[in-house]
Design a protein around this ligand. Structure first.
Ligand code: SAM
Length: 257
């Protein structure tokens, strides 16, 4: 098979915007423009580059995934960015969503718990010329404690509860986008901080993400990740930290929708 050229990728990006974003009611011109320009194929392994502009959720290593283009666009659009925001992102992953956010805001502070993924993302973004991103390796459910508050927070992994540390780090008027639910499916929530005491919750749509693993999310256990469907009484390798639904049947990871 002949190697794909820059022109092929350009065409693939154009089709992606047309067929996956515009046709699914993504209308923000800034989101459409940046996703039509950003080389998504550079955020996945070379062997998967040909799938980068399809609807597929793609593996990025360490059992994690890069969400399909629609999900990235939907979440970005829902943040209602004007270009002047400081954003906290939890779950850097490949760095693709980070790049979209960085192109549309003043600065992105991104946290990833898996060092290998964080380092690869940092290299990609630096190569692409993004200089308004700060990186951190650690548990994003705790927020970025040394820093003040953020205008927007985007969580790219599913949680049984909304971490309190994150709502605390929102500015008044700021919004937090987070998938909340059990391990099978979640609802994408937009939480707006109306004042110091009041949070407004809005359900945007159903979704399915890999788990948010941390002190205020799902608890990781020492058991290694096994991607097979196991017996119903098997021990899961992760459990809800508090208030969540305990999984009983399958071992993570599975691909989000
Ligand atoms: N949006 C990313 C992209 O564009 O590639 C994909 C994010 S992936 C669906 C979710 C990421 O969240 C994974 O890389 C996972 O390691 C990370 N993650 C899970 N729990 C986390 C936590 N407590 N703190 C930081 N990152 C976390």
């Amino acid at each position: 098979m002949p190697a794909e050229t820059g022109l092929d990728y350009q065409r693939a990006r154009k089709n992606m915007v047309q067929e996956q974003l515009l046709q699914r009611q993504i209308h923000d011109p800034r989101v459409l423009r940046i996703m039509g320009q950003l080389p998504r194929h550079l955020f996945v392994d070379e062997a998967l580059a040909g799938l980068a502009y399809t609807q597929a959720t793609l593996p990025i290593g360490k059992g994690q995934t890069l969400s399909q283009p629609y999900t990235v666009a939907r979440m970005t659009e829902a943040l209602l960015l004007t270009g002047d925001e400081e954003i906290l992102e939890i779950g850097t992953g490949s760095g693709y969503q980070t790049a979209v956010l960085a192109a549309l805001s003043r600065r992105v502070f991104t946290i990833e718990r898996i060092p290998g993924l964080a380092e690869l993302a940092r290299q990609r973004l630096r190569r692409l010329g993004f200089h308004n991103v700060s990186y951190r390796i650690g548990d994003g459910t705790l927020g970025w404690p040394e820093l003040r508050q953020f205008d927007r927070i985007l969580v790219a992994a599913g949680t049984p509860i909304v971490p309190e540390n994150l709502t605390k780090q929102l500015t008044i008027g700021g919004s937090l986008l987070i998938p909340e639910g059990d391990e099978h499916k979640q609802q994408l929530l937009r939480i707006v901080k109306l004042n110091a005491e009041t949070l407004q919750r809005e359900v945007l749509e159903n979704c399915r993400f890999v788990p948010l693993v941390g002190a205020q999310g799902w608890r990781e256990q020492s058991k290694p990740v096994r991607p097979v469907v196991a017996k119903t009484n098997s021990t899961p390798w992760w459990k809800p930290e508090r208030g969540g639904v305990e999984r009983s049947e399958r071992n993570y990871p599975r691909e989000p929708i």
